[in-house]
Ligand binder design. Sequence first.
Ligand code: ZN
Length: 472
Amino acid sequence: MRADTTRSAWLATLERFRHDWDRPATAAIWSPRLESVSRDELRAIQNEKLRAVVPFLYENSAFYRQRFERLGLLPSDIRDVDDLVAKWPVVDKAEMMADALAHPPYGTYTAMTEALWAERGWMMFSSSGTSGVPRVFRYSHVDREQWAWANARALHAMGFGKGDTVFMLTGYGPHVFSWGVQVALFKMGLPTLPGGGMDTKARLAVILRFRPTILLCTPSYALHLARVAQELGHDPARLGVRTILVGGEPALSIAPTRQRIEGLWNARLVEFYGCTEAAPHVGGYSCAALQRGGPVATHLAEDIQIWETVDPETKRPLAPGARGLTVCSSLNSETSPQLRFLVGDFATLEAGRCACGRTHARALGSFSGRADDLINLRGIKMYPAQVEDAVRAIPDSGDEFEIVLETDPAGLDIMTVCFEHPEHGSAGMALRQRLADEIRSRCEVRVGVEVVAPGTLPKTEFKAKRVKDRRR
Ligand SMILES: [Zn+2]
């Protein structure tokens, strides 16, 4: 019974903060009462939701109940955000993975039950499985409604509005990103063109014929689609696309990648940031202050989630404004509430009021990739995004590249970066040296370089898998 009463109390709390549920209050900000309130008011909203979500989790999630017991805590010990940060160690992916493996197929973290799934089950999603087995997440219709509202607010901030048609360049697979945008577009009443089950040429034909103003895709796919358009004799900059919404991979944090996409399409790049574990919600979103080519900052939806950064080694909380790994507590999710889940992207959070009027914190320079994706070569650590930045710095380099990690016959781990360039033959030597220098200046590591003809490397449609680790 306590499971039900705590769930009802949490739902009632959400209800109290469901401002501007049906439509935006102003043209600039969907819900000023949630998005441009003072930091103190924002913290008060978080505290009140936290006081409802903690007992709800304790009574409905065996994973969280055991964690409380292990830490010797009761729900009454966590009354506000300060308590949470001081007393509750971060939950990482390995801990959730172990729970999922020990209790297949759903794990015990979720507050979804068989009875609830039968009553108001909505959809099942899975993590992309970049590290280990994919984990699955079942969401309810309560989640769907919360998701549509939160994401509509984010799309409104990005400038989506009447007159736009959104082309969804997605296979509609079990990933949260495109579905989250889709339900928000339904809510906003904006027309969409579904692009599932089509190859790139068919999608291009849709753009040429129906002229959508916004594309939704991964950054790699935005590049690929532009190149296919060029090969077929079309200039993507003249197709009427004004905004490209990306997610799933870093893009705004890699200046040359952003420039390349914006330049090819003559469009503004905006992004969604988040993770499956803390869905169903956008975490980060671009706002009107993000102008083409201008400085990058991505807001975090702080009335529905608590965001902070922690030290990458100790996982201890950092002072506001210090660069660290992102941690999210999700307050509005019925089946995947989380307390201090380590999302794990490097970010620098800034809490001052943005030029757009919002007080939600911003990740300055956006996010540069999950700590899980970090490459460790003989103790030197680097992100694929840093290598990408180096490849893009070479004029006329192709869009694709590959990072291969191997152990040489002497037992030494080595890294080779392979990229495409039209002058791969005659000027290959100079190009190889140039890229090696660019990588060395960013990552402080010596790597091998190969140059191949454009079109040689496999094209990316969904999440790019550019790192091949063949080390012994
Ligand atoms: Zn803003």
